[in-house]
Design a protein around this ligand. Structure first.
Ligand code: ADP
Length: 651
């Protein structure tokens, strides 16, 4: 047996060192000694191990060839050679070997320092797992992602990035420049991309998104993110998102909106013209019918005929008004004049208008004012809502029934107006249908008149006034329609006074036959002969004097030459329209410029009303002329005049 070093230090080292050491005979490759640490790790006994050669425990093909080099003397030393040692239990221990030859006792030996590589190996495996997970995440993204290291070296990229830019494998293999050239080649305008690439650092930490258009008509959105490691920017992530569909959808929407706006413009122009064209002849029909009804000499049969014409004319007017109104409301073409309206006042005003109808059916109206409040709404539209609900409560009530109107507030800043009737009621399953246009449930089989649009309109009007309507009904007991609106506390306005209104003395005189009110001298400016006749006759029947002007110019001259108490002014007239004529009158010398001027026109839009008031008119009545409205207006002007006459005489 060969001699080998075995002094005391070696023995101590063998037993206690944490190093894993092996001594090998270079001639036979026998293991001649091993430190205890290695013996323990490989689970052999010292005897077992020293009976083996190194290639018994380091035995794959590469290792056998490697050790052969040492045996033959072609290899003298090696650093950190990785491999696996076979343990007694058959497990492989990853190791790293550093090998050196040394001389002792006159001959050569091999010393192998062994390092346990299992931790490094584990870390390496973890790293590779992490890296493949990262790669999978990158690949799973629907966006194209590329990581760039400054200045412009592409260090990573997902497959999607390559397909989005149409980069084939051979271009990928050629490297950065070829990839950038391919991207540039796809772009309609390369300057933005080049600028971004050169100034990547400027666009991180902002929420900047850049839109890139491609020659193939696709549109990409590019964002730049910083890749931070150890608190430093180690690279930039380019995120490319395909927004082609989104852009196309947006463009389609814009086009659709433009088309819709265009057709809505045509529609409202058409409506405005239709409205005028339909109402003008109706004005003549209804006006003359009203005049004929006043004729005491009319025989009974003809009176009946006239009354039928009147009824049918009114129904036609209702239909035209409702359909036009609904279309206008639906298309958002109504202008609201939102103000604080004394709701109790408005209810009383509306009740007065439906009282005659209620009386006809013996229906009693009960109104308990409850809350005295102002609601935020358009006065005219709110009155329309109330009149519609009240007339329904009368129409669908039974004879001698009741209607109860209550104002209350269950919700803060919300006011409710409940209109309860004792009528036929509506079955629960049909409740939702009553708000559908033209759906009259079974009412169209009865003689109750209606268009089936009222509630549709009511609901839409309330919605645009930030309100709503609810309904509760029990067949045979009655229905309650409740309107909910926002409410505030401020005063409302009515007849609009012009600056010099009070200065006007007028030409009125007290006619003892005219119930104590002054008889007014009224100027009617109107170009259509039948309308002139209707207005003149109606005003005269109401006890006032009338002069007619055929156009705006004649009206201004008439006011300049004679004294009047009131002008009814048509808007559309030849030579000079009503608005211009009003402006001319308002700048006349003397008292005439303060005359009350009331627009009388078939163009009943709120824009027209605004223009009338802006030109200096005081109020507005729409054609066809309604006898009651005309009479109310004349009475109001007469009363105001009387007040100012009394005020003058008291001085
Ligand atoms: P119109 O009264 O012109 O038919 P509305 O839109 O105002 O149209 O009402 C739609 C339908 O709802 C009516 O035809 C009627 O059948 C039903 N309705 C409305 N109000 C009441 C009510 N107070 N009581 C019972 N039924 C009603």
């Amino acid at each position: 047996m060969m001699m080998y070093p075995d002094d005391i230090l070696l023995r101590v080292l063998r037993q206690f060192s944490r190093d894993m050491l092996l001594v090998i005979d270079p001639v036979t490759l026998n293991i001649v000694d091993a430190s205890n640490e290695l013996i323990k790790r490989l689970d052999y006994s010292h005897d077992q191990l020293t009976r083996l050669t190194i290639t018994d425990i380091d035995g794959d093909l590469a290792a056998v060839l490697f050790w052969d080099e040492f045996k033959r003397g072609t290899e003298q030393s090696a650093e950190q050679v990785e491999g696996d040692f076979l343990s007694a239990g058959g497990e492989l221990l990853p190791v790293s070997k550093t090998i050196r030859k040394f001389n002792e006792n006159g001959r050569e030996w091999i010393l192998v320092e062994v390092e346990d590589n299992s931790r490094v190996q584990r870390e390496r495996e973890n790293l590779s797992k992490l890296s493949s997970q990262l790669k999978a995440t990158l690949e799973a993204s629907g966006d194209g992602i590329a990581v760039i290291q400054p200045p412009a070296r592409i260090i990573n990229m997902n497959h999607r990035f390559a397909t989005m830019w149409g980069i084939p494998d051979e271009v990928l293999d050629r490297g950065n420049q070829a990839i950038y050239d391919q991207i540039r080649n796809e772009l309609v305008d390369q300057s933005l991309f080049d600028h971004l690439l050169q100034n990547l650092g400027e666009y991180i930490d902002h929420d900047d998104r850049f839109t890139l258009e491609l020659k193939n008509a696709r549109v990409y959105e590019l964002r730049v993110f910083a890749q931070i490691s150890s608190d430093e920017v180690s690279g930039y992530v380019l995120n490319v998102h395909d927004i082609t569909q989104h852009v196309q959808y947006e463009q389609a929407l814009i086009l659709e909106r433009e088309n819709a706006e265009q057709s809505s413009r045509y529609k409202s122009e058409f409506l405005s013209n239709m409205s005028h064209e339909l109402r003008t002849p109706l004005n003549a029909i209804l006006g003359f019918t009203q005049l004929m009804e006043m004729d005491a000499e009319l025989d009974t049969t003809n009176r009946e005929y006239v009354s039928e014409i009147h009824k049918a004319g009114n129904h036609l007017l209702d239909l035209i008004n409702d359909v036009l109104d609904l279309t206008r409301v639906e298309s958002g073409h109504i202008e609201l004049n939102i103000e604080d309206v004394d709701i109790a006042d408005l209810i009383v005003e509306s009740l007065n208008l439906v009282r005659a109808l209620a009386d006809r059916f013996g229906i009693e109206l009960h109104f308990s004012r409850g809350l005295n409040a102002f609601v935020r709404c358009d006065r005219k539209r709110m009155k329309q809502v109330l009149l519609n609900l009240l007339s329904n409560a009368i129409k669908y009530n039974h004879t001698d029934g009741d209607i109860y109107i209550d104002i209350f507030s269950h919700q803060q800043r919300r006011l409710s107006i409940a209109i309860r009737d004792t009528g036929s009621g509506i079955p629960r399953e049909k409740l939702s249908q009553i708000f559908q246009p033209f759906n009259r449930l079974d009412a169209d089989k009865t003689s109750i008149e209606g268009t089936g649009i009222g509630l549709t309109l009511t609901r839409r009007i309330l919605q645009i006034m930030d309100g709503e309507i609810t309904v509760d009904s029990e067949p045979g007991v009655g229905s309650t329609f409740t309107v909910h609106l926002p409410f505030e506390q401020r005063q409302s306005v009515r007849y609009r006074e012009t600056p010099h209104d009070r200065e006007h003395k007028g030409a009125a005189f007290i006619d003892p036959d005219n119930k104590g009110l002054p008889t007014l001298r009224v100027l009617v400016a109107e170009d259509v002969i039948p309308n002139q006749l209707v207005a003149k006759k109606l005003i005269e029947k109401l006890g006032h004097q009338v002069q007619v002007a055929n156009n705006g110019e004649e009206a201004v001259n008439a006011v300049r030459e004679n004294r009047f108490d009131l002008v009814f002014m048509d808007m559309r007239m030849p030579l000079m329209d009503g608005l211009t004529a009003t402006r001319e009158i308002r700048i006349l010398e003397g008292e005439s410029r303060c005359l009350p001027i009331i627009a009388m026109t078939a163009n009943a839009t709120s824009e027209d009303k605004r223009q009338c008031l802006e030109a200096g008119m005081n109020d507005f009545i729409s054609k066809p002329i309604n006898r009651d409205q005309l009479s109310d207006t004349l009475r109001m002007v007469a009363r105001r005049l009387q007040d100012s006459l009394e005020a003058v005489s008291m001085k």
